[in-house]
Design a protein around this ligand. Structure first.
Ligand SMILES: Cc1cc2nc3c(=O)[nH]c(=O)nc-3n(C[C@H](O)[C@H](O)[C@H](O)COP(=O)(O)OP(=O)(O)OC[C@H]3O[C@@H](n4cnc5c(N)ncnc54)[C@H](O)[C@@H]3O)c2cc1C
Length: 576
């Protein structure tokens, strides 16, 4: 076992973790611990852009951006946090520009901007060009830029270390325990502050746009220490994933004129969103696709529809959509210039997560009581700026604005705080769990349990939900948990044991899935991405509130609720 001491430990090296590390490292000693090599984090897969009301192409204001975000959230987002998001967006983008991020440019040299779903001018009048981008590699460029800056600031990186426990002593954060993947050795990191920036949990679904590493680790680890998860019933499905694979086809394809069609060749969005058609918000389009499939109008009666670009000029497809054209050719052997693309909704983004205040401080209850020294930022956190449904380009913004704020708060905090003494054998819990998994003679296979989890979540807890389906999944999860206790590993070695790591990740996914199912069962209304067929209306009188899910030591759970913060915009019917 190795021991390290730092002022702050940042878990995760995506956009949120790197910006927090950069900010904190201006005066504190900082370790970044990441199970992936930093530039392989999922932030690097983001293409579309980052929203900020720079007004470079046409008039724009942060208040308009705020209105769109509040409305997009189906009024569940906290408006104090959304105001910070939209105001600081402008400064964050310029800071990245000054660090050297190669944004695409207007002919006169300013940062170029393009339209994106749900972003409008003058409180909903029509689309506005607000998304700043670096070709279709925006996330990649953000990661490279921040990583370089962190290296320059002498942040210490622990690459390919998987964090498996967070140490909380006397109600304060004291450090983390991590497994060095290459050697199998355990490391204890003792620190005054810990920040989780571990990203999403899309891997609990069968078809997802998320990378393999997105298994909800940070959420499960804090839950296991008695802390809550907020708004876990809200999971976004992006309408256009490549069939079965879930690889994302950007909203930009429809922006360029792509049309969704059913097995009769009908442009079915005419029936669901007569004004915005194929460019309606993501929750609405995903529901429309599933409705077509359920009513037998999927292609060949199967579970997908077509995204048709064949009427577009071949040059537009090649020049403006080169990446997705490449994906379709490589993965499907089809040519988007001549062939319609088979698509189905793909699990994309988790709106819920570890509850925090606007400085990234994790709160332990619905009264906003902070846990001193514990922070979360990025997709793992719930501030909450996305409420029940996130707008495109607002996640890159969220990870940067709140990653930076959390880093700044940590810098102040560690100046005054002391190290909390560690207990004897702080790694004891992790060591016991690993020994159990490596030695027990079980009969269950982790991959089979994961498949049953993903199939069940996809069938019962996706775009449409009912009490019956959610109750079925509740029972299935109990069985899966029981089977998980009897897992037998194929690889019992110490070095680079991916079998062990994936089994531990499956444990995290089971925890996150339970929080999602129980929070969804209790929310008897439809709001944003959470659509209950048995309660199809939004119910502000009873459910304009955030869910807090707690798991107790004895395995039972508790739900509590917190009011939504409303400052400028009162809830209205959500028409587009
Ligand atoms: C295909 C795709 C396209 C997207 N496009 C856009 C877009 O155009 N615009 C937009 O706004 N949003 C987009 N999003 C969403 C957005 O990219 C993500 O929500 C965001 O990048 C998440 O950043 P993050 O820093 O929170 O986490 P990530 O970038 O996911 O990083 C997570 C980090 O945590 C580490 N980690 C996880 N678990 C552990 C552990 N147990 N121990 C140690 N380290 C751990 C990983 O190694 C990784 O470094 C897209 C998402 C996808 C999947």
């Amino acid at each position: 076992m190795q021991h390290h001491t730092f002022d702050a430990c940042i878990v995760g090296a995506g956009g949120a973790g790197l910006f927090a590390a950069l900010e904190a490292s201006r005066s504190a000693s900082v370790a970044v611990i990441s199970k992936l090599y930093p530039t392989r984090s999922h932030t690097g897969a983001a293409q579309g852009g980052i929203g900020a009301a720079l007004g470079n192409m046409e008039e724009d204001h942060w208040e308009w951006h705020m209105y769109d975000t509040v409305k997009g959230s189906d009024y569940l987002g906290d408006q104090d946090a959304i105001e910070i998001l939209c105001r600081e967006a402008i400064d964050v983008v310029y800071q990245l520009e000054h660090m050297g991020l190669p944004f695409s440019r207007t002919p006169d040299g300013r940062i170029a901007q393009r339209p994106f779903g749900g972003h409008t001018r003058n409180f909903g009048e029509g689309p506005v060009r607000r998304a700043c981008y670096a070709a279709d590699r925006t996330g990649h460029m953000i990661l490279q830029t921040l990583y370089q800056q962190c290296i320059k600031n002498q942040v210490t990186f622990f690459d390919e270390f998987q964090v498996l426990d967070v140490l909380i002593e006397d109600g304060r954060a004291a450090g983390v325990v991590a497994l060095e993947i290459r050697t199998g050795e355990l490391h204890v990191f003792h620190s005054k502050a810990v920040l989780f920036a571990t990203g999403g949990a899309g891997r609990m679904y069968r078809v997802t746009s998320n990378a393999h590493a997105l298994t909800g680790d940070g959420m499960a680890l804090v839950l296991r220490r008695g802390l809550p998860l907020e708004d876990m019933e809200f999971f976004q499905f992006h309408p256009t994933g490549i069939r079965k694979m879930g690889i994302l086809i950007t909203e930009g394809a429809r922006g360029e004129g792509g049309i969704l069609r059913n097995n009769k060749g009908e442009r079915f969005m005419e029936r669901y969103a007569p004004t915005l058609l194929d460019l309606a918000p993501r929750d609405l389009v995903s529901r429309a696709i599933y409705s077509e499939i359920r009513e037998g109008r999927g292609i060949n009666g199967e579970d997908y529809v077509h995204l048709d670009l064949t009427h577009l000029d071949a040059r537009i497809i090649e020049e403006r959509l080169p990446d997705i054209t490449d994906f379709v050719r490589t993965y499907l052997g089809l040519d988007p210039v001549k062939d319609p693309i088979p698509v189905q909704p793909t699990a994309h983004y988790i709106m819920g997560g570890i509850p925090t205040d606007v400085d990234g401080r994790v709160v332990r209850d619905e009264k906003n009581t902070p846990v001193p020294g514990l922070y979360a930022a990025g997709e793992v956190a719930c501030v909450s700026v996305h409420g029940a449904n996130r707008l495109g380009t607002n996640s890159l913004l969220d990870i940067l604005v709140f990653g930076r704020r959390a880093g700044a708060h940590i810098r102040q905090f560690v100046q005054e705080a002391d190290l909390v003494p560690l207990p004897k054998e702080p790694e004891g819990r992790v060591r016991a769990e690993i020994e159990r998994l490596l030695t027990q003679e079980g009969r269950e296979n982790a991959a089979a349990i994961r498949k049953d989890l993903q199939d069940g979540m996809t069938e019962h807890v996706s775009v449409f939900r009912t009490e019956e389906g959610l109750l079925t999944m509740r029972e299935r999860l109990k069985e899966l948990r029981e089977r998980y206790q009897h897992v037998r590993l194929g690889d019992r070695g110490r070095q680079y044991n991916t079998d062990l790591l994936e089994t531990l990740e499956l444990g995290f996914l089971l925890d996150v899935a339970e929080a999602t199912v129980e929070s969804a069962l209790a929310r008897k209304e439809s709001r944003g991405a959470h659509y209950r067929e048995d309660y199809p209306e939004r119910d502000d009188a009873n459910f304009l509130k955030h869910t807090f899910f707690f798991r107790k030591e004895d395995g039972s759970f508790e739900l509590r609720y917190k009011p939504v913060t409303i400052t400028r915009f009162q809830p209205e019917a959500r028409k587009y």
